[in-house]
Design a binder for this molecule. Structure first.
Ligand code: ZN
Length: 148
């Protein structure tokens, strides 16, 4: 099991070092900020919704490796997703991290999200890992920019 923990940690660190989609998103239709006072993490999430589909997602994030890796994974998971599916995907991950039942995930099937789920073991860090996902939901429901 220790080797698996190391592998999970490596995945998190690699996302932190080379985050996917950490950039501006010109013409974004939705945006929201999230702040985690427990750790000092800040994230800003941008969505571009066209024809009922999230065609692009990006973020800017400052904070710990978990918060940044989680934001990076969020952009990959939500890009290309139908707008109507976002809530479900966000809830799935929040539940995976903070829900009562330990999820049965494996790296082959669930990819990097399985590594993120390892954060469950560290309750103080769960808010770091859910921050960007909650911000994405917030952007969708309350963060219309007026573009698009
Ligand atoms: Zn953090």
């Amino acid at each position: 099991m220790e080797e698996l923990q190391d592998l999970y940690q490596e995945i998190i660190l690699s996302h932190n070092k080379r985050p996917r989609n950490e950039r501006d998103l010109p013409g974004c239709t939705h945006e929201a900020e999230g702040y985690n006072p427990l750790c000092g993490d800040k994230v800003k999430v941008f969505l571009k919704v066209e024809g009922g589909v999230v065609v692009d997602v990006s973020f800017h994030g400052e904070g710990c490796a978990i918060s940044r890796a989680s934001a990076s994974m969020m952009t990959e998971r939500l890009k290309g997703c139908p707008e109507a599916e976002i809530d479900r995907r966000v809830a799935e991950v929040v539940d995976m991290l903070a829900g009562p039942v330990e999820p049965a995930l494996d790296l082959a099937r669930d990819g990097d999200l399985a590594a993120l789920a390892g954060v469950r073991k560290f309750p103080a860090r769960i808010k770091c890992a859910t921050l960007a996902w909650r911000a994405a939901g917030e952007a969708l429901h309350h963060g219309k920019t007026g573009a698009g």
